[in-house]
Design a binder for this molecule. Structure first.
Ligand code: FUB
Length: 345
């Protein structure tokens, strides 16, 4: 997580070149997971606040307490804040840090999946259920059994199977689960437990959900990302290896797994034939934005594709006060995504 909280950038210049404006400006929002439900776009973002926590490489200053759902009639329309949908105080098992959520729909009910730290300081993933896309959502009393780490993204395949992708390194704690149990050595360091630079990179995880979407139906598996020769990407391959912010979408029958490279600040993607992979690295979707973190979602709306993302331009570079944005995403004739520069260069 960030080494400094504010970036020193000429924001007037940046705003002029920016591809898009923040979708809402009365609150800070980040990590936008967008879906189309009933012909309308619903965005499930983090709700950034300044809780006064000191910044560190574990992301302690990302001390979010609740979720607001944002609705839009179209990607160029007005974004409406539907109000608070869930607060950490309503979640019995969660103490703090409501990080990037996602949601999906099944049989007219809406399931909000979210990470939070439990009372032992361990990130778990919970689910809360509502009758409307904008919530409110009623949390389950316990986190999902055997869940860990952060950034759930929930993908419903054409046959109705639902998969959760998740994980994040450094403050997201994925590296502490390499042996299958939480390595609890203190003091916590973002760099302990990571693979060596010449070893295969730490993989994000995927698990099929049970038919009621409330638990994992199987033990989480590695999402393997390889180079074109089929070799797993290495931990030292910083511009391409996984860090956090999983997302899955399907295009022309193929599965596109996208993610953030964290400390190198790219949104990248890899393509596979099956929802659980393996996936072959395919390129960069989004070049670095203002702010340390980058996190996105990709959704089709009325036959066009859109990238929802965030940056810290509205807060003039305060890395934990971000704003969600949207821009068009395009494929070339071979199904590769054209790289987007958030500031139009
Ligand atoms: O919003 C908190 C964390 O920052 C998210 O979980 C990460 O993906 C990064 O965007």
């Amino acid at each position: 997580m960030p080494e400094e909280s504010v970036q020193h950038i000429n924001f007037e210049d940046l705003d002029q070149k920016a591809l898009s404006r923040p979708l809402i400006e009365h609150i800070y929002t980040a990590d936008p997971s967008a879906h189309v439900f009933n012909g309308k776009i619903y965005i499930y973002p983090s709700h950034d606040i300044d809780a006064g926590d000191a910044f560190d490489d574990l992301g302690s200053h990302f001390a979010m307490e609740d979720y607001h759902v944002i609705a839009m009639d179209s990607p160029s329309g007005t974004a409406t804040d539907c109000g608070m949908a869930l607060h950490v105080n309503e979640v019995p098992w969660a103490e703090k840090q409501l990080w990037a959520p996602d949601a999906n729909e099944k049989d007219g009910r809406y399931y909000l999946f979210f990470p939070a730290k439990d009372y032992e300081g361990i990130f778990r993933i919970g689910v809360a259920v509502g009758n409307a896309p904008e919530g409110p959502f009623v949390p389950r009393p316990e986190a999902i059994r055997n869940s860990f780490s952060i950034d759930p993204a929930v993908f419903k395949d054409d046959d109705g199977s639902c998969y959760m992708y998740f994980g994040g390194i450094w403050g997201g704690q994925l590296q502490r689960w390499r042996t299958g149990v939480f390595e609890g050595s203190e003091p916590e360091s973002p760099f302990a437990h990571l693979p060596k630079e010449d070893e295969p990179a730490l993989c994000p995880k995927v698990a099929l959900l049970t038919a009621d979407w409330l638990e994992f139906a199987e033990a989480p598996k590695d999402v393997v990302i390889t180079d074109k020769k089929g070799a797993p990407l290495l931990q030292g391959d910083g511009n391409r290896r996984f860090f956090e912010a999983s997302w899955m979408h399907k295009y022309n029958g193929k599965y596109y797994f996208s993610y953030s490279t964290g400390d190198t600040h790219f949104i990248c993607y890899a393509i596979g034939e099956h929802p659980c992979g393996p996936f072959t690295y395919a390129g960069t979707i989004l070049n670095p934005v203002a702010g340390w973190t980058t996190h996105h979602s990709i959704v089709e709306c009325n036959g066009e594709w859109y990238l929802f993302y965030h940056d810290s331009s509205l807060s003039k570079g305060v890395t934990h006060l971000r704003s969600i944005k949207v821009t068009r995403l395009q494929y070339d004739e071979n199904g590769f995504i054209k790289t987007i520069d958030p500031y139009g260069d």
